[in-house]
Design a protein around this ligand. Structure first.
Ligand code: MN
Length: 293
């Protein structure tokens, strides 16, 4: 018998706001109050299903920098077009994941994909920020475009499944390369199913319910949309009972345990490093986007 991780609390978004003009987000980390208790995760925004009317101009976030961490984008409905100063470009379609290591710095834009923009429709996505240890904050940027078909699916029984994006579940490894031990599982739970998810002892962890209704370890209810259960580092599994069809992200990671200095799009260890990041960005050291007609 493995010991269960304790549910330390259930949280809702502390801030609901627009990121650019394309992403109306529920912010679950850190505005819910879940902040350093879930090191190495810095931020989690969820765009719950939102209707967009047809438009001739792509909505989203224009050119902006990042340094010191990774951005992970998971598309559920609609699609995101991305390009950056390192020369990477691509489209994140439903089921796909983009794992971008900003590290020493990239400048990028994130926009609704062209065809989606023209046709309009329902948009749903998650963006998660994963911190980097000091030793890797200034390493070279990296870009992992992970297509849905590359993500292995673990059968959890009763029609419920887990997509293993990063880390390992039941001996199945996810495709994302990470700098520290990180698990990211995307669970699709059918009403009535009961599943057990193994999460290593020592990992700080959370369950992010995008929508649905679950009971964790027989006692803690997480229901509705954009709700988050914070789990203890101790214990090595959670039991999840779905009372409705539910979509749930499981995040866990080995805590980095270093000082965090956070300023908008930069996350470093000290205030001096944040000032340096701003200076380097302004001086063009993170590159620029090329504009082609
Ligand atoms: Mn960005």
């Amino acid at each position: 018998m493995s010991t269960q991780k304790e549910v330390l609390g259930v949280f809702e978004a502390g801030s609901n706001h627009w990121v650019g003009d394309g992403f109306p987000v529920h912010n679950l980390i850190p505005s819910s109050g879940v902040d350093r208790q879930i090191d190495p995760f810095l931020m989690l925004d969820y765009v719950s299903p939102t209707e967009f009317l047809p438009s001739s101009r792509p909505r989203g976030v224009g050119e902006h920098p990042h340094r010191g961490f990774e951005t992970v984008t998971i598309a559920y409905q609609g699609a995101v077009e991305h390009r950056d100063s390192a020369g990477n470009a691509g489209t994140i379609f439903p089921g796909d994941v983009q794992w971008m290591t900003a590290a020493s710095g990239v400048v990028h834009e994130e926009l609704h994909e062209r065809e989606f923009t023209k046709a309009g429709g329902t948009f749903e996505m998650v963006q998660l920020w994963v911190n980097l240890p000091k030793a890797f904050k200034m390493s070279a940027p990296r870009y992992q475009a992970i297509a849905s078909a590359q993500i292995p699916v673990v059968d959890l029984g009763s029609g419920s499944t887990a997509r293993v994006i990063a880390g390992e579940l039941d001996g199945v490894r996810g495709p994302a390369k990470t700098f520290t031990a990180v698990n990211l599982f995307d669970l699709d739970l059918k009403a009535g199913s009961k599943v057990e998810v193994k999460i290593p002892a020592g990992h700080q962890a959370g369950l992010v319910l995008l929508h649905g209704d679950v009971v964790v370890n027989g006692s803690s209810a997480i229901s509705g949309k954009a709700q988050m259960g914070l789990l203890s580092a101790g214990g090595e599994s959670v039991a999840i009972e779905a009372h409705a069809d539910s979509v749930l992200l499981v995040l866990s990671g080995e805590p980095i345990g270093e000082p965090v200095a956070s300023g908008g799009p930069f996350v470093m260890n000290t205030q001096a490093e944040l000032r340096q990041a701003m200076e380097d960005y302004r001086a063009g050291k993170m590159g620029r986007l090329e504009y082609v007609q």
